[in-house]
Design a protein around this ligand. Structure first.
Ligand code: HEC
Length: 154
């Protein structure tokens, strides 16, 4: 087989493998999940009760009940918030975040978290859950609870 053919024979599969691996590589935890085209819209979303990091305790308690109950968030995100629920590994390439990671919490605006709950994160186990699973109001309560996994937040 002439050298050039040989090259083509091996190079193409090799290049395809590289592309496939790149497409499947897990993203960094802090990397944006909201696509750039939707970021402006996501950042415009605000909770009706203000900053979710300082939500009143009754809102947080309601969010916890939804997270562990009706919303079934804990089945993937874990009751610990570390992403260790029983269904967390449904798509091992894109596992759920560790919500106890304060650097991650600091990085994310409220609207980004809410947007993902509403529209899901394409290609991962995170499917759109508002309004199918939760109402908009319930969605915000859950975001307030998700914030509490970082114990050191202000
Ligand atoms: C079937 C498993 C599953 C369920 C159920 C689930 N999630 Fe997720 N969730 C994921 C995965 C996996 C990701 C990571 C997606 C990614 O990497 O892009 C994610 C991402 C998120 C994010 C975005 C985190 C970030 O990086 O910005 C939020 C917020 C979130 N989930 C909240 C919830 C809430 C609230 C519920 C319940 C109402 C819920 N999830 C239910 C699997 C799940």
């Amino acid at each position: 087989m002439p050298f050039r053919n040989l090259l083509g024979y091996f190079m193409l599969p090799a290049m395809m493998a590289v592309v496939t691996i790149a497409a499947c590589a897990p993203r960094q935890p802090n990397e944006d999940r909201v696509p750039p085209s939707a970021m402006k819209e996501a950042l415009s979303y605000k909770a009706p009760f203000g900053d979710t990091r300082t939500a009143p305790s009754e809102i947080v308690a309601a969010g916890k009940a939804l997270y562990e109950g009706k919303g079934r968030c804990s089945s993937c995100h874990g009751t610990s918030g570390k992403g260790d629920g029983f269904a967390a590994q449904m798509n091992p390439t894109h596992p759920p975040r560790d919500f106890t990671n304060c650097a991650f919490q600091k990085e994310r605006e409220d609207g980004e978290l809410y947007w993902i709950i509403k529209y899901g994160s394409s290609g991962t186990g995170m499917v759109p859950l508002i309004p199918g699973m939760l109402s908009e109001e319930e969605g915000w309560k859950v975001v307030a609870y998700v914030r509490t996994f970082c114990a050191a937040q202000s």
